[in-house]
Design a protein around this ligand. Structure first.
Ligand SMILES: NC(=O)c1ccc[n+]([C@@H]2O[C@H](COP(=O)([O-])OP(=O)(O)OC[C@H]3O[C@@H](n4cnc5c(N)ncnc54)[C@H](O)[C@@H]3O)[C@@H](O)[C@H]2O)c1
Length: 262
């Protein structure tokens, strides 16, 4: 083993687990859909999860095990992102994992996008991810370890559904954020990756569809001929934040049933 790989041990035993027991995690957007499924999966794998969302009602029934907790915050405000991370550090003394799943979708034609809509969408979908990452890597750098996952979308590659340009632009920004941050914090032992979901069965994914048009859309456009489940995205995220993803950084993992085939 060279000096550079000293301290890096990789188990060849698949039964060794994901290495998430006792890891301290923040999952945003955790009251619904992908964030919720991720918070529960990480907690189930042994992580101490703080689930964050603007909508506290959505936390009803969320199962984070005995060590998990919830935090209500509007993450479109950077100071709130700082507070979320500071509160976790006060309670647990460290932060190992950040998953940014909070976002909104508004479908408005470019010609009708005004400054208020632009600001609301970009602050919620991109500035929030930036501010959460900035706050999270402070303690991670001190620890010299950490895992960050930003959530992009296939919209970053194909422009998204009709009239969702501002959403798509924000998701393109999220991809650039992941790559740029990955480069800056790699030497501190922190990995940063993006996940790009396609159509996933959540309130956001179903927006604008009837049951009939939803099924017809996936039959026609997606090679796997169905939408994804939020738990299927959560599993991809778990891979990236677990011991199994230890040598993956700056990557974009498409979870989209073959929609892009890129
Ligand atoms: N569902 C899909 O088809 C799909 C496809 C591609 C990407 N995505 C992305 O996956 C992520 C999760 O989406 P989802 O489908 O689970 O959506 P969802 O609407 O089910 O959940 C999003 C959550 O974010 C929360 N949120 C919104 N604004 C917030 C704010 N200012 N502060 C804190 N929390 C806030 C909402 O309250 C909600 O609980 C998002 O980043 C979304 O853009 C979803």
């Amino acid at each position: 083993m060279s000096e550079l790989t000293q301290g890096v041990t990789v188990s060849a035993d698949p039964g060794a687990g994901f290495g998430l027991a006792g890891k301290v995690a923040i999952v945003t957007g955790a009251a619904s859909g992908i964030g919720r499924a991720t918070a529960e999966l990480l907690a189930n794998a042994g992580a101490i999860v703080t689930a964050v969302d603007i909508n506290p009602k959505g936390f009803a029934g969320l199962d984070l095990g005995k060590d998990g907790s919830t935090d209500t915050a509007d993450l479109s405000v950077p100071a709130a992102c700082d507070q979320v991370v500071e509160s976790v550090i006060r309670r647990h003394g460290r932060l190992d994992i950040l998953v940014n799943a909070a976002a909104i979708l508004r479908r408005v034609a470019i010609k009708d996008v005004d400054a208020a809509l632009w600001e609301q969408m970009m602050d919620t979908n991109l500035l929030s991810q930036f501010a959460m990452c900035r706050a999270a890597v402070r303690p991670m750098r001190k620890q010299r370890s950490g895992r960050v996952v930003v959530i992009a979308s296939t919209a970053a590659f194909n422009g998204g559904a009709d009239n969702s340009s501002v959403y798509a632009i924000g998701k393109g920004g999220a991809l650039a954020l992941a790559k740029s941050l990955a480069r800056q914090v790699a030497a501190d032992g922190i990995t940063v990756n993006a996940v790009a979901p396609g159509g996933i069965d959540t309130p956001m994914g179903r927006f604008g569809f009837t049951e009939e048009s939803w099924n017809a859309h996936y039959q026609k456009n997606v090679p796997l001929r169905r939408a994804g489940q939020p738990e299927e995205v959560a599993r991809a995220i778990l891979f990236l934040v677990s011991d199994w993803g230890s040598y993956v950084t700056g990557h974009t993992l498409d979870v989209e049933g073959g929609l892009m085939l890129r």
